[in-house]
Write a protein that binds this ligand. Structure first.
Ligand code: MG
Ligand code: MG
Length: 249
């Protein structure tokens, strides 16, 4: 069941997502060769607590950390560790908080120092695909319009969208209806209405879209070892068009 949010609720979700955005902006500044993802996790957790919020992922389904850190061929749900980041890595940072009754959720992929041209292109296309999807999050459109826009942007560039993990509605729960796939047919799916709040989150692989889960039970990696990037925003569908609640300054 899709739960529509009142304008007041959308405003509260803006506050949750502002904390997520602040943390991700801070993390982006911190990423450099030598820093560990465990240090990034610690920063996210401490900053969130200072804002009176709670990290959303820690304990969610048993996930052990505040921050998901997915390195290079890791797609999503990677564990922070003591491995220092190295020049040329790309690191996906997925973060969520619970604040004042509502969740916020957003993700970025960040370059560690100088990266290859192909890695930079993968990141650029993934972020562009997210933007294309957001543009379609308008009242009266169908969910499939978002999915199709994301998928066509990615496939035109020669990359692939992950099928096994998708975006989602969000509100008083971290994951609500509807699922928001990054692949689909325009004109299909539920009609978008003002008050719907969704997380759009393309996960894009340089090679095949096939993924597998590592023995830790969480870390999703590309099946062929190719690089993967991930960008996510929480979006409110409003009478005035899509509003990015997790936008970073
Ligand atoms: Mg997320
Ligand atoms: Mg999400």
């Amino acid at each position: 069941m899709i739960i529509l949010k009142s304008p007041e609720e959308v405003q509260k979700m803006g506050e949750s997502n502002a904390i997520v955005a602040e943390v991700l902006s801070g993390l982006r500044e911190k990423v450099r060769p030598g820093i560990t993802t465990a240090e990034l996790n610690e920063y996210a957790e401490v900053t969130t607590q200072k804002r009176g919020a709670r990290p959303a992922f820690k304990g969610y389904g048993g996930f052990p950390f505040a921050l998901c850190t997915s390195l290079n061929s890791e797609v999503v749900h990677g564990f922070p560790s003591d491995r220092p980041l190295e020049e040329g890595d790309i690191i996906s940072l997925d973060y969520g908080v619970y604040y004042n009754g509502y969740y916020g959720d957003s993700a970025i992929t960040v370059a560690v120092g100088r990266i290859s041209a192909s890695a930079a292109r993968l990141m650029g296309v993934t972020e562009e695909a997210l933007c294309k999807g957001i543009e379609k999050a308008c009242e009266g459109n169908r969910l499939g319009d978002i999915s199709f826009a994301v998928q066509s942007c990615v496939e035109k560039a020669g990359f692939s969208v992950v099928r096994d993990y998708v975006g989602h509605g969000i509100g008083k729960d971290l994951h609500e209806d509807p699922p928001v796939p990054n692949f689909g047919v325009s004109g299909r799916g539920v009609k978008l209405r003002a008050g719907m709040v969704i997380a759009i989150e393309p996960m894009v692989n340089e090679g095949s879209y096939v993924v597998r889960v590592k023995p830790d039970g969480w870390t999703v990696v590309t099946g062929d070892g190719s690089l993967s990037a991930h960008f996510e925003h929480t979006i409110a569908v409003t009478e005035d068009g899509p509003v990015i609640l997790s936008s970073r300054v």
